[in-house]
Design a protein. Structure first.
Length: 190
């Protein structure tokens, strides 16, 4: 079974919305507007590109990333990697043609089936709504979180407010940086 890794920039109060400056959110760009940049705090991003063998995205994150990542040197390792987009509305005609192999998945059952295939880890960037659904369905195996010492208040959250049984996590990697950011890598305990 393949490992599904959810990777996120998250505020201390759980907000994941618009870390890179996407429009429509009051605090858009909070990862760079409100924080001192320390390259070592982002080393996890390079590590993820080296370890992942496929990428999973929700529709909105796909539309945002596919417009800029194919030509960005910082994300070059993702270009050739197979990508899977979970969407009930996208069609093949909506997909970009300069970002490698892209497959549309229509349901969480199809994500579960993808996890059953041969291959290495699948990384999921952004995709807040999809991430909450996958978490609630027990399909995420690991969380790679860069936690920012910010309280953003309103905004899309990393986890849903669904009333469910306790889900245990095991901290497998942790680091604190001089700017107050923390790297927390958790495995889901099954």
């Amino acid at each position: 079974m393949r490992t599904l890794i959810s990777t996120a920039f998250v505020s201390l109060d759980g907000v994941v919305e618009a870390p890179g400056g996407e429009t429509g959110y009051r605090n858009a760009g909070w990862t760079f507007k409100d924080m001192e940049f320390l390259p070592e705090a982002y080393a996890l991003k390079g590590q993820e590109q080296q370890e992942a063998t496929a990428m999973l995205l929700g529709r909105a994150s796909y539309e945002a990333f596919s417009a800029v990542w194919p030509d960005m040197e910082d994300f070059a390792d993702y270009k050739a990697m197979p990508k899977y987009v979970v969407s009930t509305t996208l069609t093949e005609d909506d997909l970009v043609d300069d970002w490698g192999e892209i497959t549309i998945l229509r349901s969480l059952d199809e994500v579960a089936a993808l996890k059953e295939t041969e291959g290495g880890p699948i990384i999921m960037h952004g995709s807040a709504s999809l991430g909450r659904s996958l978490s609630d369905a027990g399909l995420i195996d690991r969380y790679n979180l860069l936690v920012f010492p910010l309280l953003l208040g309103a905004g899309k959250r990393l986890f849903s407010a669904t009333d469910k049984d306790t889900q245990k996590l095991k901290l497998v990697e942790h680091e604190v940086y001089a700017n107050g950011m923390q790297k927390n890598v958790f495995d889901v305990v099954r």
